[in-house]
Unconditional design. Structure first.
Length: 97
């Protein structure tokens, strides 16, 4: 299994943390990702949020266009010991209140 704990990944994350607003995010990610990569990345995040909100696979597929394979993959990631998406989801919900 590949590790993502590399100096290159750390450098990328440090750069992302320096982005100050959505416009800067658009500019940066359009430079570093292809449109398909960015759309796939955002779709997986959307799938994760919908699963955390209790949506069924059918609802998620209908609303996002994601395949059941993608939804299953995201569900497995949510069930792993990693909690990054859940952490961000909680922060997003606190900001909305």
């Amino acid at each position: 299994m590949k590790t993502i704990d590399t100096s290159s990944v750390s450098q990328l994350f440090e750069a992302i943390l320096k982005l100050e607003n959505v416009d800067e995010c658009y500019s940066f990610f359009k430079d570093i990702c292809t449109p398909n990569e960015l759309l796939a990345f955002s779709q997986r995040f959307d799938v994760a949020i919908r699963l955390l909100e209790g949506a069924t696979y059918q609802e998620v597929s209908r609303d996002t266009g994601a395949s059941t394979a993608t939804i299953s993959r995201v569900r497995r990631l949510l069930n792993d010991d990693n909690d990054g998406i859940e952490m961000l989801y909680e922060r997003m919900n606190k900001e909305e209140k």
